[in-house]
Design a protein. Structure first.
Length: 80
């Protein structure tokens, strides 16, 4: 479905200085990645030593399940 994020993803919006944005765009292009993929990869590398608790994993699973149900009900609604 167009414009629907994967259920296990959440939007994140923030502002960065223009020179940093340009550097991200350039580096993403060098790696053949979108800026979003580059940012996700960079954050994943920077945060790999941060441990999630069982409560964190449970919260993520619940949000993912809600997103799946929301997308299913949206598809059903639009078919009518």
């Amino acid at each position: 479905m167009p414009n629907q994020p994967k259920p296990d993803k959440a939007p994140l919006s923030f502002c960065v200085p223009m020179h940093l944005k340009k550097r991200m765009e350039r580096r993403a292009g060098q790696l053949g990645l979108s800026v979003s993929s580059f940012v996700a990869m960079t954050l994943d590398e920077a945060l790999q030593n941060v441990e999630l608790t069982s409560d964190d994993h449970r919260e993520i699973a619940e949000k993912k399940a809600r997103n799946i149900m929301r997308q299913r009900s949206f598809r059903t609604f639009n078919k009518a």
